[in-house]
Design a protein around this ligand. Structure first.
Ligand code: A3P
Length: 312
């Protein structure tokens, strides 16, 4: 159990979600897509927040001043309504006005996406099959991937640090639930296979977390091109700096913390959504027999590395 709410297995993809999802599944499937929408689709902990900021900046002419507003308000999280607890982890929200605004969005996140002016950069963890069928032919979609080992480690910390998720398990116990598809959003591989089917569609761009770490500027350039944007060198350099790990971690508009008062202050102080930001951190967590079992699970689910992945 990773979440203190009832869970449901949402069809057709067997995704494990809070029961409240049933109430919004149809609204999401039927939502109106605009041609200038950009969807950021990522399995949890793949670097979605990082990419949301990248896409928001590219879609908004690299507006660092406007970008000081909380990312939650600039780039909505489509299915937020159904997620755990009444007090989600939100970018450091210290003032009551922001918190009220946030709670209103949480009451009906799908409606608040519909009410947003264009251009919209919409975050979701849902695969394309659970989104409107005309999405890919109408708007641009960025699919963010991260290797499964670093993803599960990052997920573990996310669940552990956030008391509302109530995770008390050890890393191995958590990873076993992840293997069974019983952590939030279900099976990593089900999601990957659902997305992989669309990899050649011209409106879908895959971004690997590892490539972004390795060549941030190149990723910015490619992604801008994909979105039909072009920026002078010096502005791109500013974006590289803006998205660098240290700057990002110290940016209160993107580094999430549980709202003040929702958890003890010492927990809040230690909570860093932008945690370590490395490729290969998994080596500090997987050992011996468990690593063998884990690798077998990968081979069974991704035979011959059909979906390529970078572990280093
Ligand atoms: P770690 O827990 O491994 O540090 P998501 O936004 O999808 O939940 O992903 C969160 C992960 O992306 C975290 O991984 C976080 O540190 C990492 N991340 C966020 N911003 C980053 C940045 N600017 N550079 C590198 N990694 C970043």
């Amino acid at each position: 159990k990773t979440c203190m709410v009832d869970m449901v297995v949402a069809q057709p993809y067997g995704i494990y979600l809070p029961k409240k999802f049933e109430k919004i599944a149809e609204d999401i499937y039927n939502m109106k897509i605009r041609p200038d929408d950009v969807f950021m689709i990522a399995f949890p902990k793949a670097g979605g927040t990082w990419n949301q900021e990248l896409l928001w900046q590219l879609s908004n002419g690299l507006d660092f001043e406007k970008g000081k507003e909380n990312l939650f308000f600039r780039s909505p999280f489509l299915e937020l309504t159904c997620l755990c607890g009444d007090a989600p982890a939100v970018p450091a929200m210290d003032d009551n006005e922001a918190m009220d605004r946030m709670m209103k969005i949480k009451q009906n996140s799908v409606q608040s996406v519909a009410d947003m002016p264009s251009p919209r950069v919409i975050k979701t963890h849902l695969p394309l099959e659970m989104l409107p069928p005309n999405l890919l032919d109408t708007a641009k979609v960025v699919w963010v991937n991260r290797n499964v080992n670093d993803s599960v480690v990052s997920f573990y910390h996310h669940e552990k640090l956030l008391p509302v998720h109530g995770l008390t398990a050890s890393f191995e116990e958590h990873a076993k639930l992840y293997m069974e598809g019983k952590t939030l959003y279900g099976s990593y591989w089900t999601f990957m296979q659902a997305m992989w089917k669309h990899k050649d569609h011209p409106n879908l761009k895959e971004i690997k977390y590892e490539d972004m770490k390795n060549d941030l500027k190149g990723t910015i350039r490619n992604t801008a091109k994909f979105l039909g944007k072009d920026f002078p060198e010096e502005k791109v350099d500013l974006l590289v700096e803006h998205l660098s790990f240290e700057t990002f971690k110290n940016n209160p508009a993107v580094n999430m913390k549980p709202p003040k008062g929702s958890v003890p202050d010492e927990v809040r102080d230690q909570f860093n959504f932008i945690r370590k930001g490395q490729v290969g951190d998994w080596k500090n967590y997987f050992q011996g027999d468990f690593l063998e079992e884990w690798n077998k699970w990968i081979d069974n689910n991704n035979p011959d590395s059909a979906i390529p992945m970078k572990f280093e």
